[in-house]
Design a protein around this ligand. Structure first.
Ligand SMILES: C[S@@+](CC[C@H](N)C(=O)[O-])C[C@H]1O[C@@H](n2cnc3c(N)ncnc32)[C@H](O)[C@@H]1O
Length: 390
């Protein structure tokens, strides 16, 4: 049988959060991520204070997968507060801040740029004219390739972004496909493990996925995460820090419910629309979420193998969907947040016209399951702190 490439989602072209400030936008529906950021401040403070002693005139900071809304500049503000306080205590002038905001080109950078004046005004109001100055740059592109000049970064942050893979191989009757390594520089031909087609009715790794599917997912994460570390190793100065938060799991079981549960529920909703004839069977069979939620052991192994960074700490935290910033119920949070994150990708695969029905079905499923197994909705987030080795 002739090998045939059917389709591979190129995440860099189709993936972005719902834009703007409307009801379904990421900006309005990112309380879950904001709560996680607030909860882990101590983790970043420690890493920032470590770099304070070694930074001189300029401090380069990159927020990777910045999206839009109030989370975009959250850590940049926090970084400036901590450095400002430290400089005041030591009677030193503050460095010049170069803040790089990175995301994929489809991200709504304009909304962020429009909010920048308020950000600059706030710095002047709270820290005075002697502070900084601070320059903010937008850097569109994939963090799985090079984005910044060599040795230009002192601190790197990323939250809720690194579990997104650069692509997922979507194949039928195929044993080979073009695997775009994403830096845009090289195109390889990779072997697709036998059996990926066997994930038919699943949209992510699940208990019924064949081992080849689980291995293919890990292999993709391995390649992506190693490319990420390799690129940052050139860009981050010796002794520079990196903190990231990623959806993950404590268990070594790749199909553990710790985080896969809500993705499985979207899968249930898609399957329901297939059985009603609203979505074609083939579209479901050829779709897999480009996600991989690693364990601490897997991360430690990949960081050690790549050899540029030393791991200072990895902590697993539990996160629920309720948030003090909103009056919405936990179920409503799950549905609106997932919609803000997933809609552009799902619309690309299944069509814009089915989105209302898909998300109202998802909503019903979430409310039904929540009443029976509330605890299954708690998710695991891994917080990781690294230092660039000499
Ligand atoms: C769920 S949002 C998290 C946004 C923000 N960091 C926060 O904590 O609220 C994930 C972001 O990662 C971005 N992203 C995913 N893959 C990426 C890649 N390869 N390069 C750059 N950004 C990426 C997405 O476009 C999206 O804006």
């Amino acid at each position: 049988m002739e090998n045939k490439i059917v389709k591979a989602i190129n995440v860099s072209q189709v993936f972005h959060m719902n834009a703007g400030n409307g009801e379904e936008s990421y900006a309005t529906n990112s309380n879950f991520q904001r709560c996680g950021l607030t909860k882990t401040k101590h983790f970043r403070d420690k890493a920032i204070l470590q770099i304070c002693s070694s930074t001189s005139k300029t401090l380069g900071f990159a927020e990777l997968g910045c999206a839009t809304g109030s989370n975009t500049l959250f850590v940049a503000s926090e970084l400036m507060d901590t450095v400002y306080q430290n400089c005041c205590e030591l009677g030193r002038p503050t460095p010049e801040f170069h803040i790089y905001l990175n995301d994929l080109p489809g991200n709504d950078f304009n909304s962020t740029f429009q909010s920048l004046q308020g950000f600059y005004d706030n710095i002047k109001d709270t820290k005075g004219y002697e502070f900084g100055p601070c320059f903010v740059y937008g850097v569109p592109g994939s963090f799985y390739g090079r984005l910044f000049p060599s040795q230009s970064l002192h601190f790197v942050h990323s939250s809720y972004s690194l579990h997104w893979l650069s692509q997922v191989r979507i194949v039928a009757n195929s044993s080979r496909l073009y695997h775009n390594l994403y830096s845009g520089k090289c195109v390889l031909i990779c072997k697709v493990p036998q059996g990926i087609e066997g994930n038919k009715r699943n949209v992510y790794m699940s208990k019924s996925s064949p081992p080849s599917v689980l291995n293919a997912y890990f292999e993709q994460f391995h390649n992506d995460f190693s490319s990420f570390l390799k690129s940052r190793s050139v860009e981050v100065v010796e002794g520079g820090g990196m903190v990231f938060m990623v959806a993950g799991r404590r268990s070594e079981d790749r199909t553990s419910n710790e985080n896969a549960y809500i993705w499985e529920l979207i899968g249930v909703a898609i399957n329901e629309l297939v059985s009603k004839g609203v979505i074609e069977d083939e579209k479901l069979h050829s779709f897999n979420f480009p996600l991989y939620m690693p364990s601490p052991t897997e991360l430690k192994y990949l960081i050690k193998s790549e050899r540029s960074f030393v791991t200072n700490a990895i902590e697993a935290i539990d996160q629920v969907w309720t948030s003090p910033n909103t009056k919405k119920s936990e179920c409503e949070e799950v549905v609106t947040c997932l919609r803000a994150v997933m809609e552009p990708l799902l619309a690309e695969q299944f069509g814009k016209e089915v989105m209302e029905e898909l998300f109202s079905t998802f909503r019903e499923i979430v409310f039904d399951r929540y009443s029976k197994e509330k605890n299954a909705f708690t998710t695991t987030v891994l917080v990781v702190s690294l230092t660039r080795m000499g």
